[in-house]
Design a protein around this ligand. Structure first.
Ligand code: NI
Length: 397
């Protein structure tokens, strides 16, 4: 039976899993119920190997093809974690974990990969093996990094990796990707300023951290406007400034926080160097102490050009020629699948989910209509990457 027809049959089941996950969102590494459900399903489908507790709460399932001796191992990844956002969708299956919700559609990603797993375990029309990677903590910390550090690529012999992310605002079921750099590296900076507070009527007796914070926040913007080559991608955003408590008090301290997005490690190094110089220089000129704490986060997500071309071909088979944009261009969001793509070549694709609230919004809800498309993509990718030798499929049919 063609891949797409089988997934049309599985849609009700995939939707039920997705809504169950949506109702029970778990954040970061706390995906205990989710991981247990994934493990149970993978065993029920007849996966040849199911390993839990990788990357704390990550799960990997392995399915052997009908001819598993000659082929390689393809890794397919879904993220499982939710966000600390109170849900406002009003859905029947809305979160029953107060304060947390699946606002990024990772419930849908997990359900789609489970759907693909069920089909692949049933049919096994491929050579080699497929490793189904279910990871926690995509939204922060980087569950993917920890799973890579714990050696999943070597342990399961994975040679290439693929992942999907839903995309609100893009046509339902349309695939978008791009070869090469796709999503940015994300860093976080914290600047702690310590001056000398006092009465606001006598500023000459203080060393004002508020003015220093304003000066630093302004000067940081010149890293983008004055220090870097205009055609390189760079975002530096100051997102928080906290200080003070009253109109007549100059506070002791101020705090600045923000994010940096880059694609190039040279640009990233320049930002760190310039930010340090700005902080040190302003500390001297405003007569305060200032400390920069710069956290390097997820690296850029870089698609392998050949694997991306291949994945786009698979997407065309599943969705149709006109529903694949293979050169969509890059964006400044970030994704910890980048660690898997640093370890192995592969591709990351977006899957349009029609008009809906945006990702990380309290009204967001994954569109169940696109789940069969995503599950078909994963399944077809494995069959197309490692087709059974001619005749073998017939023999087994
Ligand atoms: Ni996400």
């Amino acid at each position: 039976m063609p891949v797409k027809n089988r997934f049309a049959e599985l849609q009700a089941e995939i939707t039920a899993w997705r809504r169950d996950l949506h109702e029970n969102p778990e954040i970061l590494f706390e995906t205990h119920r989710t991981s247990a459900l994934v493990e149970e399903k993978l065993k029920e489908f007849g996966c040849d190997e199911v390993v839990s507790g990788i990357g704390r709460t990550g799960v990997v399932g392995v399915i052997k093809g009908k001819s598993d001796t000659a082929g390689k191992v393809i890794g397919l990844r879904a993220d499982m974690d939710a966000l600390p956002i109170p849900e406002e969708t009003g859905a029947e299956y809305a979160s029953n974990h107060a304060g947390n919700m699946h606002a990024c559609g990772h419930d849908g990603h997990t359900a789609m990969l489970l759907g693909a797993a069920k089909y692949l375990a049933e049919t096994r029309n491929f050579r080699g093996r497929v490793a189904l990677i279910f990871q926690p903590a995509e939204e922060a910390i980087g569950g993917a990094r920890i799973m890579v550090e714990e050696g999943i690529m070597e342990r399961f012999g994975i040679s290439e990796v693929y992942a999907l992310h839903n995309a609100p605002g893009q046509p339902e079921g349309k695939f978008l990707t791009t070869p090469g750099p796709l999503m940015a590296a994300v860093d976080t900076f914290h600047i702690h300023i310590k001056g000398q507070g006092g009465h606001a009527a006598m500023p000459h007796e203080t060393r004002d951290p508020v003015m220093a914070a304003c000066g630093i926040a302004q000067a940081i913007q010149t890293i983008v406007s004055r220090n870097h080559y205009a055609l390189d991608d760079l975002v530096v955003s100051v997102t928080q400034i906290h200080t003070g408590s009253a109109d007549n008090v100059i506070p002791d301290t101020a705090y600045i926080n923000g994010t940096v997005r880059t694609f190039d490690k040279g640009v990233q190094a320049m930002v760190i160097r310039r930010m340090q110089a700005i902080v040190d220089g302003h500390a001297a000129s405003y007569d305060v102490e200032a400390e920069l704490d710069y956290e390097v986060g997820y690296p850029a997500t870089v698609n392998d050009p050949d694997k991306t071309t291949f994945a786009a071909e698979v997407a065309r088979e599943v969705a149709g020629e006109n529903r694949v944009l293979a050169e969509a261009g890059r964006e400044m969001g970030a994704e910890d699948f980048s660690y898997m793509l640093e370890a192995r070549p592969g591709a990351y694709l977006f899957l349009g989910q029609g008009d809906s609230a945006g990702l990380h919004h309290p009204d967001y809800d994954f569109n169940d209509e696109v789940a069969p498309v995503g599950a078909s993509f994963f399944a077809r990718l494995v069959e197309k990457a490692q087709p059974l030798r001619q005749g073998a499929e017939m023999e087994q049919a």
